[in-house]
Design a binder for this molecule. Sequence first.
Ligand code: LMR
Length: 406
Amino acid sequence: YLGNIPMGKPDPILGINESYKSCTDPRKVNVCVGAYRDSSGMPWILPSVKLAERRLLDDPSSNKEYAPIAGDGKYVDLALKFAYGSDGDIVDLSNIAGMQTLSGTGACRVGGHFLSKFVPKPPGLSRVPIYIPSPTWGNHISIFEETNMDVRRYRYYDYGTNRLDYHGLIEDLSNAPDGSVILLHACAHNPTGCDPTMEQWHDISELLLSKGHVVFFDSAYQGFASGDAEMDARALRYFVSRGHKVMLAQSFAKNFGLYGERTGTISVVCSNPNEKMAVLSQLKLIARPMYSSPPIHGSNIVRTVLTDPELTSMYYDNCGEMASRIRSMREKLVNALKEVGSLHDWGHVTEQIGMFAFTGMSADMCDILTAEYSIFLTRDGRISLAGLNDGNIEYVARAIHAVTDG
Ligand code: LMR
C-alpha cells in the first residue's frame, strides 16, 4: 500500500523553515517562523528559564515520573493566574477547569475536540461551526478540521487599508448561526499584528453575548506583545468579567521561549464546581488516548519561575526585553525602507503589535524575495521581526524595496 501514498504538502510555515535550513546562500535570512532571535540572530534561552532549569537539576526531589493526565496541578494553577489574573473580582479561578497541554497547538486540538463533542449544533447543521478570522495562523484551519468542526471564516483584515476590517468582522459574526464557536486571538493577532481596540472588544463582546456564541481565545503572545503580561490579557479578562464562559488555549512557547518544550494549557470558565469537574473529566478523556499525559520539563520551568518572586520579576524583565527588541526592529525596518528609497506608506507596520510585520506583499513578491534574495518568509507577506537584526535589516529593506517598487 505504501506505493500509493501521495506526497503531502509541506507546512506553509515550518516547511519554509526547513528550506531556509538547507539553503547554502550566505546572504540567507530567516523571517519565516515566529521564534525569537537575539540581536545576533541566535535563539535565546531566557536567563530566568536557565536559572529555573539549574534549580530543577539540583533539586533532589526532581524525577521523571509520568505527569497526571491533566498535567501538573500547581503549574496549571499558576498558568491560569498568569492568564486570568489573580484578582478574584474578575474571575473566580476556582471555577476554571484547566488542563496542561502540548503548547497552544495541543490546547487548540484538545479544545476543538471538546467543543465538537459538547457544543449543541445549531439547527440544521451536522457539525459545530467554528468561525476563524481571515487571515489567521495557518495551523488553526487544519487543527479544527481535524477535530471535525465545521471551519468557517470571518473577515478580519482589510487588504486595501492594511487595517482591521471591523465592519466585515461584525457583519460576519452577526450572520453566524446563534451558538457558533468564535475563535479570537487574545492579543497580537497572528499574522496581522492588528488587534481590536478596547471599545471594539466591548462591542464584539456585546454581539457575541447577544448571539449566544461560544468564545474560544487563543493566547500565544501574552507579555510578548506589549512587554506587559497584564496589558496583553486585557481582552480575555474583559470578556470573562462580562460573563462569557470562554475557552482559552494558552501557550508558553513565545513568552517563555519554551518552543520545543511544548508547554501550554487549555481551560474553560465554568459556573460552579460541579460543571468544572465534569468539564475537566472530559478533557482528560480526550487527552488520554491522544498522548496520555503531557511532557514535564517545560511545565516544571514555568512552575519554578512563577513560584519564586525573584525569578518571576527576572522573567518579566526578560520578556520585556524580547518585546522591546521586536518593537525596535519594527521601527528600524520602516526607517530602513524609507532610507533605501521606498515611497510606500508603511505606517501599518509600525501600528501593528507582536512578533510579525504583515507587510501587504503579495505571494509573488514573497516568492521573488526567497528565490532571488534568499529571504525566507511565509507567502502571505508576513515577516517575523525577531529574525531581523542590525546585520541584515538593510539587506532585507533593499530587497523589499526592489520587489515592491521594482
Ligand atoms: C508561527 O506562526 O510562525 C509560529 O506560531 C510557529 C508555528 O508553529 O507555526
